[in-house]
Write a protein that binds this ligand. Structure first.
Ligand code: SAM
Ligand code: SF4
Length: 468
């Protein structure tokens, strides 16, 4: 039997890329590949790239420069290293990648990962292979399922893609061009994925999609199901204790989703709802198709059914034409909503998007200064949110043993890391996958520190029973 070939994947960007990297591993495992953490001993290196901002996509070329050296060293030792570029830069720049970096063997767009084995073989035979079409077949039907041992090794929390692509065409964004039109997976396929994950120890599912709440997959009843309805069904899968979804668009928040937050204990009260700007003028120029007041109303609908709910968001500062008055409206919106956290970015013109042709660019120094002010405000809100947990007893889903001996790490409903020492007689590993109440004593940077608030339930195996 041939020795396994070693695969190293480096992912940039969003959760979708993290998930896609796992699916590429699943495609290549039956081909005899095993993952390696090091580039130097890899037979195949895949850069799973992000094109959302210029900085992200330029990183690929500097990384390819470093990979050329690693590949030369491998060749000197008589070993062949193949290099593939996947993800959204592959989709957007295709041939350009090979022109700028001839070291690349395979360029593969996000819709074609199921063709990776053929593309690698073609590159072997012909020197290079490129596929950035949107194939007619649904890749999900062709992507192999991970083995039970692989699912277990990946931990108790998993992403499941339910929707891909976007039809919104915000004027700054490349996603509709790199990921294509909105497509929803059928309900039955998603339930099967989630059941399989749950059977193999997964307790928390995050449904992902570029525009996840535009989900409208075919249901078993022949009708299109909404995200809310899908969540309702998935909450009934035995073993699943937490459900999340990301990323949502304010205009696609419908009554079913609000009802899901009212009715489902498993649906976490933490929603990522990007707004981008608080200025109606800028929101219109961004083609967001909602005003700041519309966004506030959506937030109020969530809060009306779920008082514990908290929000995070994305913001862009320095969109073309953004004045100090527009920016002040963003700060006012942030102040009014009060976020548990948020991402904020300087506007980056992306080739081929409408905003890239807009005049009235905001000077770099002004962008820097606005970003700094916005981030300070968000940081203050995030610290206040985290500090508010001190003295409270909160549910923590335990994920893994901590770095310190005897410590266990989990997350709260709001994804705050929580560190606990369960004490003698309780093996940290035995708590993995359980939701237990934790009394929070203190805060260390972004992590909460606390202790178990109640005796763990019967099914938490004590130290003696594990033999540990
Ligand atoms: N679909 C989601 C939405 O509607 O907000 C997220 C898409 S994108 C992967 C994540 C974030 O990147 C966006 O919310 C936006 O804040 C930011 N972003 C997208 N294009 C950008 C650009 N050209 N410059 C700066 N930030 C950008
Ligand atoms: Fe990009 Fe707008 Fe679609 Fe989000 S909704 S992926 S920001 S085009």
């Amino acid at each position: 039997m041939a020795p396994p070939r070693k695969l190293h994947i480096k992912s940039y960007g969003c959760q979708m890329n993290v998930y896609d990297a796992q699916r590429m591993v699943d495609v290549l495992t039956p081909e005899g590949f095993v993952e390696t953490a090091s580039v130097d001993d890899a037979d195949l290196v895949i850069l799973n790239t992000c094109h959302i901002r210029e900085k992200a996509s330029e990183k690929v070329y500097s990384e390819l420069g470093r990979l050329r050296q690693a590949r030369d060293e491998a060749a000197q030792n008589g070993r062949k290293m193949q290099i593939a570029v996947a993800g959204c830069v592959a989709q957007a720049e295709g041939e350009e990648i090979v022109r700028r970096a001839p070291v690349v063997d395979v360029v593969v767009g996000p819709q074609s990962y199921h063709h990776l084995p053929q593309l690698l073989a073609r590159a072997d035979a012909q020197g290079r292979a490129l596929e950035t079409e949107f194939p007619v077949e649904d890749k999900f039907g062709f992507l192999p399922q991970p083995a039970p041992a692989t699912i277990r090794a990946r931990g108790i929390s998993a992403f499941v893609t339910v929707q891909e692509g976007c039809d919104k065409f915000c004027t700054f964004c490349v996603v509709p061009y790199t990921r294509g039109a909105e497509v929803s997976r059928p309900v039955g396929a998603i339930i099967a994925d989630v059941e399989r994950l749950a059977d193999n120890g997964v307790r928390e599912i995050t449904l992902i999609g570029q525009n996840v709440n535009a989900y409208h997959g075919d249901g078993p009843d022949g009708h299109a199901w909404t995200l809310g309805r899908l969540l309702q069904r998935l909450a009934a899968v035995p073993g699943i204790v937490r459900l999340r979804y990301s990323t949502s668009h304010p205009n696609d928040v419908d009554d079913d989703l609000i009802a899901a937050h009212r009715d489902l204990a498993a649906l976490m009260p933490f929603v990522h709802l990007p707004v981008q700007s608080g200025s109606d003028r800028i929101l219109a120029a961004m083609n967001r198709k909602h005003s700041a007041a519309d966004y506030r109303r959506v937030i109020d609908r969530f809060r009306a059914v779920q008082p514990q709910i908290a929000f995070s968001s994305d913001f862009i500062v320095g969109f073309p034409g953004e004045t100090e008055v527009d920016f002040a409206a963003t700060l006012a919106l942030v102040t009014q909503i009060g976020y548990a956290g948020a991402y904020s970015f300087k506007y980056s013109p992306r080739p081929g998007t409408p905003a890239a042709d807009m005049q009235d660019m905001v000077p770099a120094a002004v962008m820097d200064e606005r970003l700094e002010r916005l981030q300070q405000l968000i940081d203050r809100q995030q610290s206040a949110f985290n500090k508010a947990a001190i003295g409270q007893t909160v549910d923590v889903l335990f994920e893994r043993a901590g770095r310190k001996p005897g410590q266990i790490v989990g997350r709260t409903a709001y994804l705050q890391p929580a560190h606990v020492f369960p004490g003698p007689g309780m093996a940290p590993d035995a708590l993995v996958g359980q939701v237990l109440p934790v009394r929070i004593d203190s805060l260390e940077r972004y992590s909460l520190l606390g202790e178990l608030a109640a005796t763990p339930p019967q099914h938490a195996r004590p130290l003696a029973a594990t033999g540990a």
